[in-house]
Write a protein that binds this ligand. Structure first.
Ligand SMILES: [Zn+2]
Ligand SMILES: [Zn+2]
Length: 848
């Protein structure tokens, strides 16, 4: 107790251990390793130039699990890299005159150093940097494969355009009800542009199937809603105009077909011009022009009045042959469904508003069974207990049956049939910016868009470009880049100047980690077969319908091209929460609540920062920063420091059958603790061993479940128990040594430096991170010892202390061995021994 222990000062040893781990390649994940593989991936960062506390929070959690899995015997791969293409680098070039490549490289260099200071077990040999030609060459190769498979195509489309960033956005990059840019928050506008798309819609149904993956419910829900599958019917309405094809509508409610009293087309619908009566032309043209000035969000705003224009022609109701007036209105969007809707005012609020405004007929065709036909307003409920009225031969049919019957009847007449629509649109991948992977396509006057031959990859980004944003790619003014040769005829051709969305880079980076230095192919199939799919992926939930969906699409597309043999990239997924400022607000420079991890590390050491972040709250929720908390965690590691060095090194009290060997950690396990010896242990040691084994069990479970905060609480309890044992004079017992070794092994994943340092100081073999994960004794872990009264001929003579679950023959042996029982037996052999398990032992003597 009075032993002098050196002051706890992590700065004296942390860097030294990191250097040694790195120099000795401790965290390499060898390919030719017989151990079971465990691929743990954590989302790679954008090289902003500064690792913030959020990175530490996210990556420490992944590192803890990776380290534990490694101690549990897996060959763990935990790679790291940089998602280094993208707008911020280009904006830095515009604002500060630094070339994006230089800005990116500087930032990466700085972040590598910062990453190393965290003490994470990243395998830096596998690093990928997506803006390097050695990487983007294969991103371009991937584009070509998708192009050849018909999954990449170019089309003119009304696309979302960020006026501030001067770039097109994918639909997934437009956020919120006001439809703002995901990056800068500026409301987006529509532009008609020729763009490259990936055909993600072809995989819509398969993307809805999550049965092969263990992902958090919110992410599955977001993807499901984004894909937005709805079942219904397509219905063709013939029109009273020569040479105009019937107009197709989609509805999820074909049971309301008899209630259709008008039709509304999007002003952009291709049939509008042909169907407009001469006397309506001026009004229709004005409406079309006005609509083009509006944003999609204005058009979908449910608050505003719905105005439209009758175009002077009629459709024919497919069931009743009734004439139905055709209108146009901006609330119908050309890009959704078929760009045409049947107006059913009795059963749709939007149609009801429109019908009352323009005095169009309202006809109720669905009503509650046994109820009244509504009088005014809409009738919307869509339950199992509704029937059809005013619907010809379908009167009295239940609404559910009518959906099937009407759809079937339409199909029979050749006027429609069952149909499914999706909200998801193809993935828009072209960007009119410089800092991205050039799309490997050239345009020939004669042969159109031609893929760049694979042996000409990479299409290199030229260094000398003018970065001033003009709304077109800076590459368009680079003559040398533009000049290309048609691969078909060899004549001069023009190079595509759009670059790829950076989400294309990240849709396959996990494959590149498997063989990052392969210069001849994007990945080595043997290594991909060995490592993929990713066993555990960690990262932010904000990528739900972006990166996480795109990666699933990419893997499925490559599988169908027979380049991969699995269906999903990430078997399980865990999303971290967010670290907030001390004011419980999101950390931001403008709020002045940003915590700098570098300052904290130099003050407290990396382990304290790691432990504090993991203690802040449940990892999947995060929590606010708390400066007092970090002091508390620092003191905790200081207590570990003190108790771990209180043993002196001698083993004054050898207890037979018990040693640190039982930990299974060091040296390897060699058998169980004989129960009988346990019975003789003194209370303090018994309590300590119980605490040790209980904590071994629980901490392993907590880490695996990402419950780092509760794991730390238990490690604190164990440290306190060890401290009490020390104060009770037990520091030189094997139970104490066992407890300290276990504490260090359990602490190693979360506080790797202090665990390594103390392990070494205790004379244990290097490295603690190469030891086996401690094994707990279930009996010791389960509960404390129980007292068993021992009777001789029904009279209490002694008490036995045994572990719960001790087998009856062992209990009998212990009872008969008791000195007091022996005294009463006086040399006689008992007639029988009766046991009430866990309650009582009664020894019956032979009598006289
Ligand atoms: Zn923007
Ligand atoms: Zn040509």
């Amino acid at each position: 107790m009075s032993e002098r222990v050196e002051r706890f000062d992590p700065t004296t040893y942390e860097q030294g251990w990191r250097d040694r781990w790195e120099a000795e390649g401790l965290y390499r994940a060898p390919d030719d390793d017989p151990r079971e593989k465990y691929y743990l991936l954590t989302m790679y960062p954008y090289p902003s130039g500064d690792l913030h506390i959020g990175h530490w929070f996210a990556e420490t959690g992944a590192d803890v699990v990776a380290r534990m899995r490694r101690m549990q015997g897996y060959n763990v791969m935990l790679p790291m890299g940089f998602d280094s293409f993208g707008l911020p680098a280009e904006n830095a070039a515009i604002d500060r005159g630094i070339h994006p490549a230089i800005w990116t490289e500087r930032n990466i260099e700085r972040m590598r150093t910062q990453f190393r200071s965290m003490g994470c077990m990243f395998d830096w040999e596998r690093e990928v940097v997506t803006s390097e030609p050695a990487y983007y060459r294969w991103t371009q190769w991937l584009f070509l494969q998708l192009f050849k498979a018909g999954l990449a195509y170019k089309q003119k489309a009304a696309v979302d355009w960020c006026p501030k960033d001067q770039v097109v956005l994918a639909r997934e990059q437009v956020e919120g009800a006001d439809r703002h840019c995901w990056r800068c928050g500026t409301p987006v506008v529509k532009r008609d542009l020729e763009q490259w798309f990936f055909r993600i819609t072809r995989y819509a149904d398969e993307l809805l199937d999550f049965s092969k993956i263990d992902w958090p419910e919110p992410i599955r829900l977001m993807q499901t809603n984004w894909i937005g599958r709805s079942e219904g019917a397509e219905i063709d309405f013939a029109v009273e105009a020569d040479g105009v094809a019937p107009i197709r509508v989609f509805t999820t409610r074909p049971d309301t077909l008899y209630g259709a009293t008008f039709m509304v087309l999007a002003p952009e619908h291709p049939a509008v011009a042909a169907l407009t009566a001469p006397d309506r032309a001026a009004e229709v043209a004005a409406c079309v022009a006005a609509t083009r000035r509006e944003t999609e969000i204005e058009r979908m705003n449910t608050e505003r009045e719905r105005t439209g224009v009758f175009i002077g022609s009629y459709a024919v109701h497919p069931m009743t042959d009734e004439r139905i007036p055709i209108w146009i209105a901006d609330y119908v969007l050309a890009g959704y469904g078929t760009g045409a809707v049947m107006g059913v005012p009795a059963h749709d609020d939007r149609d009801y508003d429109f019908a009352t405004r323009y005095d169009l007929p309202i006809r109720y065709v669905v009503m509650p069974r046994g109820g009244e036909v509504p009088d005014g307003g809409t009738f919307l409920p869509h339950t199992d207990d509704e029937v059809l009225v005013n619907s010809g031969e379908f009167d009295g049919t239940s609404a559910a049956q009518a959906i099937k019957a009407i759809t079937a009847s339409l199909a029979e007449r050749g006027q429609g049939g069952p149909s499914v629509t999706y909200k998801i649109r193809d993935w828009l991948v072209s960007r009119q910016r410089y800092w991205g992977a050039p799309i490997p396509i050239v345009y020939c006057d004669e042969h159109g868009a031609q893929p760049v031959p694979e042996d000409q990859l990479p299409v290199l980004l030229p260094q000398d470009v003018d970065f001033a944003p003009t709304g077109v790619s800076p590459l368009q003014s680079h003559a040398a880049f533009l000049a290309a040769e048609c691969p078909v005829c060899g004549k001069p051709a023009r190079r595509e100047t759009d670059t790829m969305d950076t989400f294309v880079d990240s849709a396959w980076y996990f494959l590149r980690y498997c063989s990052p230095r392969d210069a001849t192919r994007p990945w080595n199939p043997d290594e991909v077969a060995r490592w993929m799919p990713v066993d555990l992926y960690t990262g932010g939930a904000e990528h739900a319908v972006l990166h996480l969906m795109y990666s699933r699409f990419m893997v499925k597309a490559l599988r169908d091209m027979e380049m991969l043999s699995f269906d999903e990239p990430f078997t399980s997924l865990r999303n971290q929460g967010q670290i907030l400022g001390i004011d419980h607000q999101r950390m931001s420079k403008s709020r002045g609540n940003v915590v700098n991890p570098d300052d904290l590390t130099s003050r407290y050491g990396s382990d304290t920062v790691r432990c504090f972040l993991m203690f802040i709250g449940p990892w999947d929720q995060g929590g606010p920063w708390n400066p007092t908390g970090i002091e508390g965690l620092h003191r905790f590691l200081g207590r570990v420091w003190a108790v771990a060095q209180a043993t002196g090194g001698g083993h004054a009290r050898q207890i037979p059958g018990m040693s640190v060997q039982n930990l299974g950690g060091w040296p390897p396990s060699s058998g169980e603790v004989p129960i009988q010896e346990m019975a003789t242990l003194e209370g303090g040691m018994r309590a300590l061993r119980h605490a040790t084994h209980g904590v071994i069990k629980e901490v392993g479970e907590d880490y695996a479940a990402f419950h780092f905060h509760t794991a730390l609480s238990k490690l604190m309890e164990l440290t306190n128990a060890i401290g009490s044992a020390r104060d009770d004079g037990l520091a030189r017992t094997d139970a104490y040594a066992e407890a300290v070794d276990a504490l260090l092994l359990l602490l190693a994943p979360i506080a790797p430096h202090v665990a390594e340092e103390l392990w070494a100081r205790r004379g244990r073999p290097y490295s603690i991170h190469q030891q086996a994960w401690p094994v707990f004794d279930p009996v010791l872990a389960a509960a404390d010892m129980i007292e068993l009264p021992v009777q001789v001929d029904g009279k209490l003579r002694d008490r036995l202390s045994v572990a719960p679950g001790t087998p009856p023959d062992e209990v009998e042996r212990l009872a008969l061995a008791s000195e007091r029982v022996q005294a009463y037996l006086a040399g006689r052999t008992p007639r029988k021994v009766i046991q009430v398990p866990g309650r009582l032992v009664n020894i019956v003597t032979p009598g006289d």
